[in-house]
Design a protein. Structure first.
Length: 311
């Protein structure tokens, strides 16, 4: 019963914070986080709880690893007799990569989950910043399987992608005259997401994404929006696209298919690291769970969930 309860708490913690991140009232989300800041910090210093905050792409992975870890051991000392005889308490919340680094800077989270490179200014703001790479992801250019473009083109150039996402191509007919005169529905992550910054840097450059683009609050929501709209196009996480195989179609970029091999060798250009970021050396309890994430068990979960593991 206890193990089931812990699994529910982990899932509930993630769902609850995703719901906060989904809100359109960003001030309300920020205020909610501030009211919990003191409480969260006290919990971290008074106990062996571990708090993760950040990337909506990485959050389900860490949640899955944490749930399995608790279901197997229950208490820290059951995993390692040198650790405290306390219940394993790991909480995961998703608010975007930017929120992840901010939570570490503010001291409201043990670790930040970041689905992009950590910025220089973030590294400077985090005291004794530490990074742990969990895996590799990429952004695929994804469309609905019923989109007529799948029968005409399987490859888009950088210039075509920029034209689609900027609104220069307002309809699919603008991309190819054989396609229907239907509006291109662009789906992106909101500005707090690591995907937003990776896509802007690697594809868009100085060109802004259309103001009419639908901004999803999580990568899961972005992919679902593509599934729900026949004429949608978006940048779907490689891992999340794999989790929804058959429900979305991914296109080549500049002739390169988004495969594991092409992502690893760098020929597929829209890729990103999946990172855990912390401040200072981890405690024994924190290091134990990091070892699980970066070890065989955690890395198998990374792979099973469609991402590219480090081992």
């Amino acid at each position: 019963m206890k193990k089931k309860l812990m699994s529910v708490l982990l899932a509930a913690a993630m769902v609850a914070s995703m719901a906060v991140g989904c809100g359109s009232d960003k001030k309300a989300s920020s205020d909610s986080g501030d009211t919990k800041k003191t409480e969260s910090t006290e919990k971290k210093t008074e106990s062996n709880q571990i708090l993760f905050n950040g990337s909506s792409t990485l959050a389900p992975v860490i949640t899955s690893i944490a749930t399995d870890f608790f279901d197997t051991y229950g208490t820290w000392d059951a995993y390692d007799s040198s650790l405290p005889k306390e219940d394993i308490a790991i909480y995961v919340s998703a608010g975007g990569s930017g929120q992840g680094t901010k939570a570490v800077i503010d001291g409201t989270s043990t670790f930040g989950m970041v689905a992009r490179s950590v910025k220089d200014e973030e590294k400077e703001a985090i005291k004794d910043e530490k990074e742990y790479q969990v895996g590799i992801d990429a952004l695929t250019i994804a469309v609905n399987p019923e989109n007529p473009v799948t029968g005409v083109l399987d490859d888009l150039s950088t210039e075509q992608i920029v034209s689609l996402f900027s609104g220069k191509y307002a309809t699919w007919k603008d991309l190819d005259p054989s396609l229907p005169d239907e509006k291109v529905v662009v789906i992106t992550r909101d500005i707090n997401g690591g995907a937003h910054e990776v896509f802007q840097k690697n594809i868009m450059g100085d060109t802004e994404i259309s103001s009419e683009a639908i901004q999803a609050s999580s990568m899961g929501e972005l992919v679902q929006d593509i599934i729900d709209n026949k004429y949608a196009i978006g940048y779907a996480s490689f891992g999340v696209a794999n989790q929804n195989a058959g429900k979305v179609v991914t296109l080549k970029v500049n002739g390169v298919e988004p495969t594991k091999e092409n992502i690893i060798d760098g020929s597929y250009i829209i890729q990103r690291p999946l990172l855990i970021v912390g401040s200072g050396d981890p405690t024994d309890v924190q290091q134990a769970f990091l070892d699980v994430i970066l070890g065989e068990t955690g890395q198998k979960t990374v792979e099973d969930m469609g991402f590219i593991p480090m081992k």
